[in-house]
Design a protein around this ligand. Structure first.
Ligand SMILES: NC(=O)c1ccc[n+]([C@@H]2O[C@H](COP(=O)([O-])OP(=O)(O)OC[C@H]3O[C@@H](n4cnc5c(N)ncnc54)[C@H](OP(=O)(O)O)[C@@H]3O)[C@@H](O)[C@H]2O)c1
Length: 258
């Protein structure tokens, strides 16, 4: 049975994944900022004590360092580390640098901070997998995703770099690219979300993909298929199509920031 650390597990995909992994017999440490929700998720464990809460903020280097020490001391060795923490803001056409900075700080730099404390320890043990949750929103620029999308594109790029660099050291780096998943993050969306699936369903898909050696875990396949076609389209055609589905400037103003 594996030892697993999920950062970003107080709700949504991370919480569902923790419960699913514990049900399979694995030992899981779950982290995020909201201690009350972490305790709730821990209480949902099918086996008492299989999910242990460890609060932290990915923006806070000092708590991350001590959290990593606690996890490695507890487990002895870590098999899987999910870097799943994320923040989503719809961005308006008039850019607010504060929003962009905060989303980048959590989604991209937060992952970098986590990697900085986890990777040296995995190199030392000579094994282990890091799975970073990016998004299909990182495949190409999407309307209203100016703050969020580039952080996910950056994560995909970073994972590609690290997968190559760390393989000779025995450490596997993989990326998880979900489409639309029903979680507190997407509950605020007022637009139609194609091929939406539940968080428990997403967790099961991740669970099933774990034993494979594939670099990318992406689902649901319908959304992935469409987005991968989009990625291959010439810029002119892609931008024309996006202009057709983008909200009008007035709708944009009303939609606000979520
Ligand atoms: N839902 C989707 O459609 C979808 C699609 C593609 C990718 N994703 C990605 O999937 C991941 C999980 O999202 P979700 O949909 O499950 O949403 P969620 O329920 O809002 O989960 C986000 C998680 O990130 C944690 N988090 C946020 N800021 C943090 C911080 N500063 N430090 C530590 N933890 C922090 C949250 O916990 P606290 O607030 O308690 O800290 C929560 O556990 C995110 O990376 C998201 O971008 C989601």
């Amino acid at each position: 049975m594996a030892n697993i650390w999920i950062i970003g597990a107080s709700s949504g995909i991370g919480a569902a994944l923790a419960v699913a992994l514990a049900a399979e017999g694995h030992s899981v440490v779950i982290s995020a900022r909201r201690t009350d929700l972490l305790s709730e998720v821990s209480g949902q464990s099918p086996r008492p004590g299989a999910i242990v809460p460890l609060p932290l903020d990915v923006r806070d280097r000092s708590t991350l360092e001590s959290a990593a020490t606690q996890v490695f001391t507890r487990f002895g060795r870590l098999d899987y580390c999910f870097l799943n923490a994320g923040k989503y803001e719809l961005s308006r056409a008039g850019m607010d640098p504060t929003v962009y900075a905060e989303v980048t700080r959590v989604n991209y730099l937060g992952v970098v901070e986590c990697l900085a404390v986890v990777i040296p320890r995995l190199i030392q043990q000579g094994s282990g997998q890091v799975l970073v949750t990016a998004s299909v929103a990182g495949y190409r620029g999407l309307p209203q995703a100016g703050a969020y999308g580039p952080t996910k594109a950056a994560l995909i790029s970073l994972c590609e770099t690290l997968a190559v660099e760390l393989k000779p050291r025995g450490v596997t780096v993989r990326v998880i690219n979900p489409g639309f998943i029903r979680t507190p993050m997407t509950a605020k969306n007022r637009f139609y979300m194609p091929f939406l699936i539940g968080a428990e369903d997403a967790a099961q898909r991740i669970l099933r993909a774990l034993p494979s050696k594939r670099f990318e875990i992406a689902f649901p396949w319908q959304m992935i298929f469409i987005m991968k076609i989009m990625r291959m389209l010439p810029n002119r055609l892609y931008l024309w199509m996006m202009a057709k589905i983008a909200p009008t400037p007035s709708a944009f103003d009303q939609s606000g920031s979520v």
